[in-house]
Design a binder for this molecule. Structure first.
Ligand SMILES: Nc1ncnc2c1ncn2[C@@H]1O[C@H](COP(=O)(O)OP(=O)(O)O)[C@@H](O)[C@H]1O
Ligand SMILES: [Mg+2]
Length: 272
C-alpha cells in the first residue's frame, strides 16, 4: 500500500463533496469525518443482516482513511446519462431502497445517529416520527447498477434517522425529477414527474398513510436543506462551499417554491 497517493491510487471523481476518494485495487479509501464511526456501524449492521446492496466497511488504513469494498458496476457521471430517467431503472432503485430500509429497521434510531444540532433558523421538520436510519442521499452518483438494475448504494455519509415518507421524498427528488423545472436535469424533459413519482412510490410499496405525507415532507426537506447546505458550506468548506458558491441554495429555494405550487397535483398523482 502506498502512503502518499501512489500510482496504485486511482482518483474517483464524480461525487460533489468528498475530496480524495480513491480506488486501491478492490477497495475504496475515503477520508473520515466525525460521523464516520456511526456510518461504520450502519455498514456493519447491513453486512450482518445479509444486505449486499452497500459496500462493506473493511477498517481504517495507515493514513486513517476508511476502507470500503469497491462495488463494481455502472454509476452515473456528469452530465447524467439519459438512462437515469428510464422507467425500469427508477423502479429498480425504489425496490433497492425498500430492501435497504427494511434491513435497517431493526437497527432502530441510536443516539449516535443524530447528525447534530439544527442550524440556526432552520424550521422544525414536519411529518411522521423518525423510526429507522436510511441513506438519505440516493443520487444517481451514489447508485451502482448491474445489468441495468440498481445493485447497491454507496456514500452513506448523510445516513440519519428518517421515516418512510422522508426516504421516499429523497428517492423522488433524485429519481423522479422533483426539482423546479428550470433546475431539473434535462434527462427528465419528457417525463411527467408526478406520474413517475407515483410509479416509484408504488415500487417502494409505500402505504397510503405515509404517501399522504410525501408532498408536504418534500417541502419541509427543501426548506431545511437550504439551512443545512449553508451550514455545511460554512463548517466543512471544500465541495460543500463550491456547491454553495455555484448557487445550490437558490436552486433549493426554487425547488421549495415549485413543490409548494405543485402540492395538489403531486398529492393527487400519489393518492389516485
Ligand atoms: N465503494 C464504491 N464502489 C464503487 N464506486 C465508488 C465507491 N465509492 C465511491 N465510488 C465512486 O466514486 C464517486 C465519488 O464517491 P463518493 O463516495 O460518492 O463521494 P462524494 O462524497 O464526493 O459524493 C462515486 O460517485 C462513485 O462513482
Ligand atoms: Mg457521492
Amino acid at each position: 500500500m502506498h502512503l502518499t497517493g501512489g500510482p496504485d491510487e486511482i482518483p474517483l471523481l464524480g461525487g460533489d463533496v468528498t475530496d480524495g476518494v480513491v480506488r486501491v485495487g478492490d477497495t475504496v479509501r475515503r477520508p473520515v469525518t466525525s460521523r464516520s464511526p456511526f456510518i461504520h456501524t450502519v455498514l456493519r449492521h447491513l453486512e450482518h443482516a445479509g444486505f449486499d446492496g452497500a459496500p462493506r466497511f473493511l477498517g481504517l488504513d495507515a493514513k486513517g482513511r476508511e476502507i470500503l469494498d469497491f462495488v463494481d458496476g455502472e454509476v452515473a457521471g456528469r452530465p447524467w446519462p439519459s438512462w437515469v430517467a428510464d422507467h425500469d431503472r427508477g423502479i429498480s432503485v425504489a425496490r433497492l431502497l425498500r430492501r435497504l430500509d427494511d434491513a435497517m429497521q431493526p437497527f432502530g434510531v441510536p443516539d449516535a445517529a443524530e447528525p447534530g444540532a439544527r442550524p440556526a433558523g432552520s424550521p422544525e421538520p414536519v411529518g411522521p416520527p423518525d423510526t429507522f436510519v436510511s441513506h438519505c442521499d440516493v443520487t444517481p452518483e451514489n447508485t451502482v447498477f448491474r445489468d441495468q438494475v440498481a445493485y447497491a448504494f454507496i456514500d452513506f455519509d448523510l445516513a440519519r434517522p428518517t421515516s418512510r415518507a422522508v426516504t421516499v421524498a429523497n428517492l423522488l427528488l433524485w429519481w423522479a425529477g422533483w426539482h423546479h423545472p428550470n433546475d431539473r436535469n434535462p434527462v427528465f424533459d419528457d417525463v411527467d414527474v408526478a406520474v413517475r413519482g407515483r410509479a416509484l412510490a408504488d415500487a417502494y410499496g409505500l402505504d397510503r398513510a405515509d404517501r399522504e405525507w410525501v408532498p408536504r415532507v418534500s417541502v419541509s426537506i427543501a426548506e431545511r436543506s437550504w439551512y443545512s447546505m449553508k451550514d455545511r458550506a460554512e463548517r466543512l468548506g471544500g465541495g460543500w462551499q463550491r456547491m454553495w458558491d455555484e448557487g445550490v441554495g437558490d436552486a433549493i429555494r426554487r425547488r421549495e417554491e415549485w413543490l409548494r405550487d405543485s402540492q395538489v397535483g403531486l398529492h393527487e398523482a400519489l393518492m389516485m
